[in-house]
Design a protein around this ligand. Structure first.
Ligand code: XUL
Ligand code: CO
Length: 437
């Protein structure tokens, strides 16, 4: 046991003061027709939880993630598997997400890296079979190694492009081996620093081709899940091609990839793009592309991806409102989140996940209440009611012509002002639902 001082985390209810208990996440509680566990397929992110020790640009690691083994060895890779599965079991988390290089130390030769990947995934598979824990999605890290300084699909080097292809191929094979529901492309370095050295069209075509090859290969080896693009506007690159959901969806449609891909929306990425989390969820949902979520939050005072554990109940409520209205996710809620650097103990790892899981459970409860309350939905329907009949209905049917509408307007005199937006009233409904009962 790697966490001997931590017992299985239990639900104790909102009045509990036990730091190692859930206050809102009650897996078997039924909300809006499904259990919380069904609404909220939570996943552990291998990289933050088992690999990252809190180093930043100004200082080294504060948290010890050696789990009793020497770092950079296969013993350490296995100790991380042991730690990860014990951690997930103690929290009742049913899924994990991984990059290839999270699960083994990368060797100089990709054949050796792949051999290590085979070995570790045999071990992971054993643990999965013992515990029932599943893989939500896999991905290839094509941004950390210096070879990817100019991107993977977008690189100027054909050799690096082939290396990226080799990593995608292997990561897809591993995702299939582990039964992953999805495969993610996060284009961390798929972008540019300056147009003085960049052919944007050329790079975007190459990225699309890499994705097409991935789809063809994935389908040929039995991958039936969704491919995801995880949009992010910047960081590490100044301009990233997958700026936000709208941009990524347009890209997928243009290159004919929209049948195989959906969005993996990360809260902190949406806010970096100048949107709300809810905005990118809505844009994905109305395009039939809301696949999965990287559950975290940013800091409005900081301009980078802080990857904090979700704490803001307004945000989780509006997220769950979108998810409920969309009929749920085909993917899940991956905590792409890390402890703050001074929170470096094992207890902090558990507190972080308890916070995140409780924040989404409470958000789910509140979102279900907003929908059940019905005042907001009712207001929206009424707001567009001028399209229910007469000229409005004709516009909606797509049969109206510009001449006809112009003639209608010329006979009308000045139109009345549109009905009030009532934003403050609607916001007070949200507060009412959140804080009364
Ligand atoms: C980086 C990020 C990644 C992706 C997977 O901002 O979110 O960890 O989720 O590569
Ligand atoms: Co992410």
């Amino acid at each position: 046991m790697l966490f001997p001082n931590i017992d299985k985390i239990q639900y104790e209810g909102p009045n509990s003061k036990n730091p190692l208990a859930f206050k809102f996440y009650n897996p078997d509680q039924v909300v809006a027709g499904k259990t919380m566990k069904e609404h909220l397929p939570f996943a552990m992110a291998w990289w933050h939880n088992l690999c990252a020790g809190g180093s930043d640009m100004f200082g080294r690691e504060t948290a010890d993630k050696s789990f009793g083994a020497e770092k950079g060895t296969m013993e350490h890779a296995k100790a991380k598997v042991d730690a990860g599965f014990e951690f997930m079991q103690k929290l009742g988390i049913e899924y994990f997400c991984f990059h290839d290089v999270d699960i083994v130390p990368e060797a100089d030769d990709i054949k050796e890296t792949n051999r290590r990947l085979d070995e570790i995934t045999d071990y992971i598979l054993e643990k999965m079979n013992q515990t029932g824990i599943k893989c939500l999605w896999g991905t290839a890290n094509m941004f950390s190694n210096p070879r990817f300084m100019n991107g993977a699909g977008s690189t100027n080097s054909a050799d690096v492009y082939c290396f990226a292809a080799a990593q995608v191929k292997k990561a897809l094979e591993l995702t299939v081996k582990l039964g992953g529901k999805g495969y993610v492309f996060w284009g961390g370095r798929e972008g540019y620093e300056t147009l003085l050295n960049t052919d944007v069209k050329f790079e975007q075509e190459n990225i699309a081709n890499l994705m097409k090859m991935a789809v063809a290969y994935g389908r040929s080896i039995g991958f039936t899940g969704d491919f995801y693009i995880e949009p992010k506007p910047k960081e590490p690159m100044k301009h990233q091609y997958d700026f936000d959901a709208a941009t990524a969806i347009g890209f997928l449609r243009y290159y004919g990839l929209d049948k195989d891909f959906k969005m993996n929306i990360e809260a902190n990425h949406a806010t970096l793009a100048g949107h709300t989390f809810q905005h990118d969820l809505r844009i994905s949902a109305i395009n039939g592309m809301l696949g999965s979520i990287d559950a975290n939050q940013g800091d409005y005072l900081l301009g980078w991806d802080t990857d904090e554990f979700p704490f803001d109940i307004y945000e989780t409520t509006m997220c769950m409102y979108e998810v409920l209205k969309a009929g749920g996710l085909t993917g899940g809620f991956n905590f792409d989140a890390k402890n703050r650097r001074p929170s470096y103990t094992v207890e902090d790892m558990f507190h972080a996940y308890i916070l995140g899981m409780d924040a989404f459970a409470l958000g789910l409860l509140k979102a279900a209440k907003i929908i059940e309350d019905g005042r907001i939905e009712e207001f929206i329907a009424e707001r567009y009611s001028s399209y229910n009949s007469g000229i409005g209905a004709k516009i909606r049917s797509g049969e109206a012509t510009l001449e006809e509408l112009a003639a209608y307007a010329e006979n009308m005199g000045a139109p009345a002002l549109p009905g009030s937006g009532r934003q403050e009233y609607l916001e007070s409904i949200v507060n009412n639902v959140l804080f009364c009962g």
